[in-house]
Design a protein around this ligand. Structure first.
Ligand SMILES: Nc1nc2c(ncn2[C@@H]2O[C@H](COP(=O)(O)OP(=O)(O)OP(=O)(O)O)[C@@H](O)[C@H]2O)c(=O)[nH]1
Ligand SMILES: O=C([O-])CC(=O)C(=O)O
Ligand SMILES: [Mn+2]
Length: 606
């Protein structure tokens, strides 16, 4: 779809006009602009960001129409401590979310928003998550005072006049999520702006019953691009609970076997645990092909045929830069090399390109994300571990045609996965949907730099959704259980649990990962086809060493065994942690999950 369209100042939609006027009266911007999505607008805004010092234009011969940005060192990741689910009742936010009474939160935030856009332009961004042609398009309107946010939103979501036109056509029937964002950095008369305005005080707030979002103080990623985590996961998960579907932190890929059989797979891994890499996988085994549909978010609904269909609501990739290179993710490299991208908190090379740890051709000198001279001997990282590229999905050369289908693709398998040094084997097959739901509900992973806070701490991250469930996680588990109960079991996706991150005694990864993960995908398919062998263990079915295709892989039999091992002692040690986790949910924990836990304990001899 082309988004070029004439500028529109204002709207004929009375409700939307009223909201925009109210916000402008509260935040007192110098100017209000309606985002059109045109190419001229992109040029104007990126030029403005370059003039402000926020953006550095990259070398046109290397990455055309692309930009480098460095955030304030305080504003580099999602802020989970500052994220709130303000349901009317505290119990509906559940034990895993921060909560405040919605009226109290609004009073507090109105105080912060008062005059907060002074000296700035307020942009109104009409957008749609998913397809404009969907049965009920999922509209949003983000108000922001950040040009960086406007430019990034234009990459990540379908934005602009075409979307507004449709909202106006639908009139009162158009449901849209109002999403208010401010940097919280007003400018006094004549005050010089800084390169990355933001506020020390941050609030990322969802009002799930009202389906609204208020964000304040951060300009970064999931805190500020409100179509992404705030709408497509937190608000959408609450909608999905009410309407019988799923909004999940999952990639979607298309897998084609040597026999030209097509399978669609979704996979939920926590932030910075490998979704983008698996989504764009380049298989190392002959005859297998992967195409991409999405790398971060999947909306899944049951089709008339009883199968679960997934769409990716996003329009771009907001991918982790460090570790991305021609070997680990060649398709991401091709995508970003086409240009039209924004790189945040990576290093800037002397020839006007970007660089990060793990990329080929380490430069002898660069400017680090902190704006300092950097050399390989600096003893410091050139790029923040959560530095990101923001790039249009349509530039991905392995984007599946079905990406453009509003009906989505029927999912055959769901993978849950985390980052665990020990205990969790390379791949485990669940017995059924309920057992798979238990695997998801007890998923654990080491924390990463994608959220502010300590890195490397093991925590439960149910369905990789801990920071994104927009309601009580106990009710969310029940929703998963109910969907399985009401469905035709033969048509439900098969659920598997994977771990690419198990370590050997020396701390090295036991499994080579990346393109080699195609071997695990092959086993998954062969299990579903009844072709591959497995051993039954207390936690589920794991591959026999012979059943996994390891031809051409540089791995000893002992290493393979270690990657696949299920050590009952390690799993016994896991049980008290799972019990402590489940205890949080009290009566909202589905009894079916307690029964699954009891079964696991019995199989472990506890
Ligand atoms: N060892 C190993 N590392 C991996 C593998 N896949 C991804 N990684 C690394 O994990 C980090 C994050 O991977 P991504 O694919 O960007 O993570 P994501 O799940 O898309 O993360 P979000 O965008 O934060 O939701 C990168 O540094 C990758 O290089 C793998 O199979 N093995
Ligand atoms: O939301 C972000 O900033 C990036 C992301 O995908 C995640 O953290 O899972
Ligand atoms: Mn994510």
């Amino acid at each position: 779809m082309t988004l070029d369209a004439p500028e529109k100042s204002g709207t004929t939609h009375a409700g939307l006009a009223r909201w925009v006027a109210e916000v402008a009266a509260l935040t007192t911007p110098d100017e209000v602009r309606w985002v059109t999505g045109s190419a001229d607008e992109w040029t104007e805004l990126t030029d403005k960001l370059v003039a402000a010092g926020t953006f550095t234009r990259l070398n046109e011969d290397i990455k055309p129409n692309s930009f480098h940005a460095a955030s304030s060192p305080e504003d580099v990741a999602r802020v989970e401590e500052r994220t709130f689910i303000c349901s009317r009742e505290e119990k509906d936010a559940g034990p895993t979310n921060n909560w405040m009474d919605p009226e109290q939160m609004k009073d507090l935030m109105r105080g912060l928003y008062q005059g907060c856009m002074k000296g700035r332009t307020m942009y109104v961004i009409p957008f749609v998550m998913g397809h404009l042609e969907a049965d009920s398009p999922m509209f949003g309107v983000e108000i922001t005072d950040s040009e960086y946010v406007v430019v990034s939103m234009r990459v990540m979501a379908r934005c602009g006049t075409k979307i507004l036109d449709r909202i106006e056509e639908l009139g009162d029937a158009a449901k849209y999520v109002p999403a208010l964002h401010s940097l919280g950095a007003p400018l006094a008369d004549g005050e010089q702006d800084v390169k990355w305005p933001c506020n020390e005080e941050k609030y990322i707030v969802q009002f799930p019953e009202e389906r609204t979002i208020w964000s304040y103080g951060s300009g970064y990623g999931g805190n500020a691009l409100l179509g992404k985590k705030c709408y497509s996961l937190r608000i959408a998960s609450a909608m999905a609970r009410d309407e019988g579907w799923l909004a999940e932190h999952m990639l979607i890929l298309k897998l084609i076997s040597p026999e030209q059989q097509v399978y669609y797979v979704a996979a939920a891994f926590p932030s910075a645990c490998g979704k983008t890499n698996l989504a764009m996988l380049k298989p190392t085994i002959p005859g297998w092909t992967v195409e991409t549909l999405g790398d971060d978010i999947a909306w899944m609904r049951f089709g008339k045929d009883g199968r679960l269909y997934a769409v990716n609501p996003e329009f771009g990739f907001f991918g982790v830069a460090p570790g991305t290179n021609e070997h680990t993710n060649p398709h991401a490299m091709t995508t970003i090399n086409k240009g039209n991208s924004v790189f945040t908190n990576v290093a800037l090379t002397d020839d006007g390109d970007v660089w990060w740890e793990g990329l080929e051709n380490e430069p002898a000198h660069a400017t680090s994300w902190k704006g300092e001279d950097w050399t390989p001997d600096s003893g410091e990282l050139s790029s923040h571990p959560n530095s990101r590229y923001c790039t249009p999905i349509e530039q991905c050369d392995i984007l599946a045609d079905e990406y453009n289908d509003p009906q989505g693709v029927p999912i055959s398998a769901i993978l849950f996965g985390g980052r665990r040094k020990t205990t969790v084997p390379l791949v485990t097959e669940s017995r059924d949907w309920l057992h798979g739901t238990f695997m998801g509900a007890t998923l654990s992973s080491e924390t990463t730099a994608a959220a502010k806070g300590e890195v490397g701490v093991v925590r439960r991250d149910p369905m990789a959704m801990l920071p994104f469930i927009g309601y009580n996680a106990g009710d969310y588990f029940q929703h998963w259980v109910n969907l399985g109960k009401d469905a035709d079991a033969t048509k439900l996706p098969k659920i598997f649990y994977v771990n690419w991150f198990r370590r050997d005694q020396d701390g090295g990864f036991l499994w080579p990962g990346f393109g080699e993960n195609s071997r695990v995908l092959k086993w998954v398919i062969e299990r579903m086809e009844g072709k591959a062998a497995a051993v039954e263990t207390p936690i589920g079915h794991v591959p026999t060493p012979e059943s996994l295709d390891v031809e051409g892989l540089d791995m000893t039999a002992a290493e393979l065994e270690a990657a696949l091992a299920v050590d009952p002692e390690e799993w016994k040690a896991e049980i008290p942690q799972i019990e402590e986790w489940f205890a949080k949910f009290g009566e909202t924990l589905p009894t079916q999950l307690q029964i699954e836990l009891d079964g696991l304990k019995a199989r472990l001899g506890l």
